[in-house]
Design a protein around this ligand. Sequence first.
Ligand SMILES: NC(=O)c1ccc[n+]([C@@H]2O[C@H](COP(=O)([O-])OP(=O)(O)OC[C@H]3O[C@@H](n4cnc5c(N)ncnc54)[C@H](O)[C@@H]3O)[C@@H](O)[C@H]2O)c1
Length: 273
Amino acid sequence: MSPARDRIGDPPAGDLLKGGAVVVTGAGSGIGRACALACAAEGASVVVGDIDDALALATAESIARRGGQARHHRGDVAESATHEALAEICSRDFGKISGWINNAAFSGGALLGETTDEDWQRIQAVTLGGVFQGCRSAITRMIESGAGAIVNIASSAGLAAEPGLAAYGAAKAGVFSLTRNAAVEYAGQGIRVNAISPGPIDTPALGSWLEAFPGGRSAFEAQIPQGRLGRPEEIAQSAVFLLSDRASFINGAALVADGGIHARLASPRSLPG
Ligand SMILES: NC(=O)c1ccc[n+]([C@@H]2O[C@H](COP(=O)([O-])OP(=O)(O)OC[C@H]3O[C@@H](n4cnc5c(N)ncnc54)[C@H](O)[C@@H]3O)[C@@H](O)[C@H]2O)c1
């Protein structure tokens, strides 16, 4: 496979979310951090949530250095108190909650038969429970204002099987279902809820997994029709779009952003180019 030839570029900052206030969970690293920065670049104030206080602070400081407004909060998304605190900070300091990105997750990494009860429960509590709690906290506030948009970060692993990700895949499949339900239940109150299904994205979370892949990163990338991993910023742009009025009639959708992986039939033939 030849090196990736597609265009990769960060769009100039705009005002797609001007005047908005967005909560992002797991925003200390990777996709969540990129989402927080992209929302701020599009004019929103941002509440940065993460279980790691130093990482959350660093993202908030990056936003402030670029002229944006941000607060940070340390908390575990498995706990409802975390979401209530994030919602409270956003409403109190920024006067509203117009957007919410449920991004934090825990993947584990064992075959089904070797998954412990503890791992199963933790993965469901963080990866699915965290999205449930985040949706509930966001929706109760958004109902009061009569508007809002939520983006849930799901995964390809919720659409198809990946050995070692049974518990995580089940939780992510649940994220798609929760997204559809929330979208249908609250559409009449001006709230849109959508999911993004990222394929492999170049974040710290993927690092050890890539190292363990036979042939390493380049062999892995050769399996992707676009010939490369995705960038966190590319998922962030999809999230900004779904939060913005440009997506005003998109509700309950699952936007697949995976470089073409799911579009391809499994086949022993190598890719051209
Ligand atoms: N990277 C990928 O290839 C990929 C692919 C598909 C889906 N995703 C999804 O994208 C999202 C972000 O993944 P990433 O790759 O950016 O990960 P990452 O490890 O780079 O960042 C995750 C962030 O979430 C925080 N976090 C972890 N557990 C938390 C908890 N219980 N409460 C609050 N914060 C917590 C971490 O401290 C970290 O800052 C996840 O939902 C993940 O499942 C990632």
